[in-house]
Design a protein around this ligand. Structure first.
Ligand code: UTP
Length: 409
């Protein structure tokens, strides 16, 4: 992109300040900035669009029954057999979403590098690989394992896996790919600069995983391997079961386009997104969108009708994902602390949120598909998320749960 083309593009979006320091930059910095401008989608910065999303609100919400523990237990053998067969036939891949910034945990390293051990190092990535290995051993087959990183943590993540010899996983079955970045802005939608020759950007949310995968080598590998199902999960749940054969079998046996692992809510107002039907399609409604009326609604068994929260562990049928590839997911505008250059060109690291990041979320993909099976799992056995250092969903709470499940730390 030439300087003139950059001016034209920035002008269209009211972002000409990005070139404020252009004349001061060295030749390669100029080129890097022009390339960044070329690659950036500035349309996300239009706060108007974000407001429209807020105004549109939700469709008609109805309950969506979950497959509960008793039914799963009764059919465990049948489902497990179906799941293991799909894994042995190479139809199942795992996708670890590890592109996030993990700001709440407060470590500069990728979240998966966090050591939660007490008497020895136990890394989050290590726990995830070990959990996957249990299924690999049961199936007698390596599960293709894709890891999504971002520009902010790619090198560190790859190096960490290399240094730890992939924690015993088959190196050739692991494939890293990068997610895309989105510009970060002040409250008026003006992109921040993090250096004189670089706009502030952040990973564009975990909803971009399939597009990013398709655009990278990982997409080619997935196609060549004939993978039909992808189990997508967050980096921070150290107890989760990955490529769980019973879950996979249940989704296949019930002919759903996707499956969502869910836990029974601890309290009606617990801060988790719950599975429901929205305008007849599967959807996830955030806790803050759950009205009093929905919170109190009961199903035919007399139990709360919106009682199952998602834990960011989904199974998607690849052919269905391909059909929705070009559908635009809603944009979520999140308030964050964004380091930026002030008027004098000095770097400021704010202590309080000072602007917006723009993200797409994997949970919105569920709504794009025709069907989803909410599949209940036991919270104490499969849900130990690490978001914070202490308190709720923290290193402390996850350690307790790991120990309860007999994991030596
Ligand atoms: P979170 O929503 O907890 O975000 O991510 P985060 O960035 O890890 O943490 P905070 O909010 O800054 O403290 C849930 C999952 O989605 C992944 C994360 O790595 C985690 O596995 N994720 C999130 C991405 O892969 N990319 C993103 O852009 C955002």
């Amino acid at each position: 992109m030439t300087y003139e083309e950059a001016c034209e593009k920035l002008g269209r979006y009211g972002q000409l300040h990005v070139l404020k320091y252009y004349e001061e930059l060295a030749e390669e910095q100029k080129e890097a900035l022009l390339a960044q401008i070329d690659a950036t989608d500035f349309s996300v910065l239009s706060t108007k669009e974000a407001e429209v999303e807020k105004e549109v609100g939700r469709g008609t919400i109805m309950p969506l029954s979950a497959m509960e523990l008793d039914e799963i237990e009764a059919r465990r053998e049948e489902f497990t057999e179906i799941g293991l067969r799909a894994i042995r036939e190479g139809k199942v891949g795992a996708v670890l979403l590890a592109g996030g910034m993990g700001t709440r945990l407060g470590s500069d390293d990728p979240k998966g590098m966090y050591d939660i051990g007490l008497t020895k190092p136990v890394y989050i990535f290590e726990r995830i690989i070990y959990n996957t290995m249990e299924v690999v051993e049961a199936a007698g087959k390596w599960i293709p394992f894709f890891i999504m990183t971002s520009d902010k943590n790619h090198e560190a993540t790859v190096k960490f896996f290399q240094e730890h010899n992939y924690f015993g996983y088959d190196k050739d079955s692991i494939c890293f790919f990068r997610q895309e970045m989105a510009p970060a802005s002040d409250y008026n939608g003006k992109v921040y600069m993090e250096e004189k020759g670089k706009m502030a950007t952040s990973p564009n949310g975990n909803g971009g995983w399939f597009i990013s995968m398709q655009r990278s080598d990982a997409g080619r590998k997935m196609k060549e391997a004939g993978i039909q199902w992808l189990n997508v999960f967050a980096v921070d749940n150290v107890l989760q079961r990955i490529a769980d054969p019973c879950f996979i079998g249940a989704v296949i046996a019930t002919d759903n386009a996707s499956g969502s692992k869910v836990v029974r809510k601890a309290a009606p107002d617990e801060k988790v997104g719950v599975m429901c039907l929205e305008d007849g399609r599967p959807s996830i409604i955030e806790y803050y969108e759950l009205t009093e009326e929905l919170m109190e609604a009961k199903n035919e068994k007399g139990e709360p009708a919106y009682n199952f929260g998602v834990i960011l562990n989904y199974l998607f049928r690849v052919s269905d994902l391909e059909m929705i590839l070009n559908n635009k997911l809603p944009l979520h505008v999140v308030e964050k602390k964004i380091p930026y250059l002030d008027e004098d060109g000095d770097l400021v690291r704010p202590q309080e949120p000072n602007g917006y990041k723009y993200e797409q979320l994997v949970l919105d993909m569920v709504h794009e598909l025709s069907s989803s099976l909410p599949y209940e799992v036991v919270r104490e056995k499969e849900f130990a998320p690490i978001k914070n250092k202490t308190g709720i969903d923290s290193v402390e709470s996850a350690r307790k749960l790991l120990q309860k499940n007999g994991v030596p730390l």
